[in-house]
Design a protein around this ligand. Sequence first.
Ligand SMILES: [Mg+2]
Length: 212
Amino acid sequence: MEIIQKNKIKRIIIDIDYTLITPNYYREDVFFKEQKLYLKETPHVILTEYEKRYKRYTKKQLLYFMNQYSTEPIDKDFLEKWMVFTTELDPQDVSEVVETLAYLKEKKLDLAALSNWFTWVQAKKLEQVKMLSYFTKVYGGDYFIKPHKESFLLASGPYGMDECVMIGDNPIADIKGAENVGMPAIWYTEGREEEDYKKPKIKRISDLKQIF
Ligand SMILES: [Mg+2]
């Protein structure tokens, strides 16, 4: 297995949804139905398509894109309402993750969060679970969408690619994306063994304490 050269690493870049926290995607269908909007695909599928097509999120582009999937017109106010809805988190135990962030900070590592959804929404989520203060910066998809190279170049901040490490649950967006710019990456397998995967991986976020 390749190893992370921990003495080189200055910034840890971490994905948010399904890495640090569990989002409320599964409730989105209900949210849309309550608003009497019927989509041809689930919001999550639509966003995945959007992310394949565009390099960044803008409200205008997203509105145009969403309307192609909707039987009723979606307007700006609805989009805003939906974004606010996505800031809501279900109660969840994040103590192990928060402890790990505190540990990494204590080790003088710089932390940045890199996510594909809007920055203000993601920052609000991190704030709710008391994680926001650990991060120097939060970069969302309104800057650039992963796995586009630009998102990793931006999230590296003042550091070189080999001074950063990306951590995330998505093998394409997080891991391949980082590797494409020469940034080391650690795949968070969400508890699974994934024995066939020979590159750096962790089963739990707290496993980072063994690496750094
Ligand atoms: Mg994720």
